[in-house]
Design a protein around this ligand. Structure first.
Ligand code: GTR
Length: 430
């Protein structure tokens, strides 16, 4: 009897699960059925027009560096602000840096670990972010890679002295779980420092109508969410990267003239947007940043504007939705985002199996930004065709496509360090 009841209960539960699954399918279906299957066929890439970064909006050619800096670059910047990422508020808010861990020995004493809390409100109630830094002892002041992490500071290295991140989604993640993506000891051994922040400290990565994270600190009286041309989550993460830079400027162990901003995937999008807006970053590194990062949107290859806006409605500004299934109407493309970084060195990396991020579209952004780099007197990109697998091409613009999947690997880091050594330390590429 007992067994029968159990069976009946199980059956009942199974049935309700089935009903729930069917209901969920109906709830989810209409959203996803709007997204056509991703195109991975080069012959089906639509014909598109790419705006020329060296033609003013009125069609006239940019006639020199001064016109680039005073007119064309601001024009491109406002296009990205209005149509893609949303404007970052320029209002200064109260920011206070409190060092909570001063130069403690790490990695057997060859490095120091620091932790700094950045409070954004006077009452320190939050939001705040914690910067974790490792710096080699042997280099002072040291060039530094700055990047956000996905899962909490304590996941970047298996080091019990890292304060456990307790903000959104981080606390349960095992210490050191992302250490393959953050080869900290190796970076230290090669003479560079690392500074990182959990991106959820700045804005938790889900669509909550912008009530948590830093957005509310900037609302005007009566405002409850960003306007259609104001920043989304990527804008907020980029803002956080600039606040890390503010701290680094005050740290005499760091060479603030040699800070590279780096990011993988969605955090690569944030790094590129941060580097475009904040020219204090001397170098920008995009690792598999894909759609809304450096991949050309108009190719609609892999992840499309509609796909990204549907799955992540909080990443960009609301105006970006106008380009769902309508990429050709965009008055810009991501090569122009790369051109905003010029003449500073930028490195773009793709992975062969990461078709969702459109590796060829990432390369084309480098190729079409090259004319701005050359216009400003740099070497630009050293190739005119996408290099073969694992054959990096590094001039002022660096590019590689490596074998493997969507990830940031030791191979990638070694190329970025080579690139930084070349630009920061005048060391020839190996
Ligand atoms: C995917 C998203 C990509 C990329 C990636 C990531 O789901 O479609 O644009 O950002 O997430 O951040 O890992």
């Amino acid at each position: 009897m007992k067994r029968l009841t159990l069976c009946r209960n199980l059956l009942g539960n199974f049935r309700s699960l089935l009903v729930l699954a069917v209901q969920l399918t109906f709830i989810i279906m209409p959203v996803h059925s709007q997204i056509p299957e991703a195109n991975y066929d080069e012959s089906k890439v639509p014909v598109f027009d790419l705006p020329d970064p060296l033609l003013m909006q009125n069609g006239s050619a940019v006639n020199g560096a001064a016109q680039w800096w005073n007119q064309r670059r601001p024009e491109i910047m406002s296009l990205f602000e209005r149509e893609v990422y949303g404007k970052t508020p320029h209002r200064d808010i109260h920011t206070e840096f409190v060092v909570i861990q001063h130069a403690s020995p790490a990695f057997g004493g060859k490095a120091i670990r620091k932790e700094v809390k950045a409070y954004f409100t006077r009452d320190r109630k939050g939001p705040f972010m914690t910067i974790l830094m490792y710096l080699p002892r042997s280099v002072k002041p040291v060039p530094v890679f700055v990047g956000l992490n996905f899962n909490g500071n304590h996941t970047v290295a298996d080091d019990p002295e890292i304060t456990l991140s307790t903000s959104w989604n981080a606390a349960d993640n095992p210490r050191g779980q992302d250490s393959l993506s953050w080869p900290v000891e190796h970076i230290i051994d090669r003479g560079f420092g690392v500074a990182t922040v959990f991106y959820g400290d700045i804005d938790p990565d889900y669509d909550d109508g912008f009530v948590n994270g830093i957005h509310p600190l900037f609302y005007a009286a009566g405002q409850s969410k960003p306007a259609p041309d104001e920043w989304g989550a990527i804008g907020a993460w980029a803002w956080g990267l600039s606040r890390v830079f503010d701290y680094l400027l005050t740290d005499k162990d760091v060479d603030a003239s040699k800070v590279a901003v780096i990011g993988h995937s969605r955090l690569g999008k944030a790094a590129v947007w941060a580097g475009a807006q904040d020219q204090r970053f001397a170098m920008v590194i995009s690792n598999n940043s894909g759609c809304g990062g450096v991949a050309l949107s108009k190719r609609a290859f892999g992840e499309t504007v509609a796909a990204i806006n549907t799955r992540f409605p909080h990443w960009f500004c609301d105006n970006f939705n106008q380009y769902n299934h309508n990429e050709n109407a965009l008055p810009l493309d991501q090569h122009m985002l790369v051109s905003l970084i010029a003449p500073r060195p930028v490195y773009i990396a793709s992975a062969a199996e990461d078709l969702w991020a459109d590796p060829y579209g990432e390369f084309l952004a480098a190729l079409y930004a090259d004319k701005v780099y050359k216009f400003l007197g740099t070497e630009g990109l050293s190739v005119t065709r996408q290099p073969a697998l694992n054959r990096p091409a590094a001039a002022t613009i660096g590019y590689h496509i490596r074998t493997g999947k969507h990830a940031i690997t030791r191979y990638d880091w070694d190329r970025y360090i080579d690139f930084a050594e070349m630009h920061f330390n005048q060391k020839p590429l190996p």
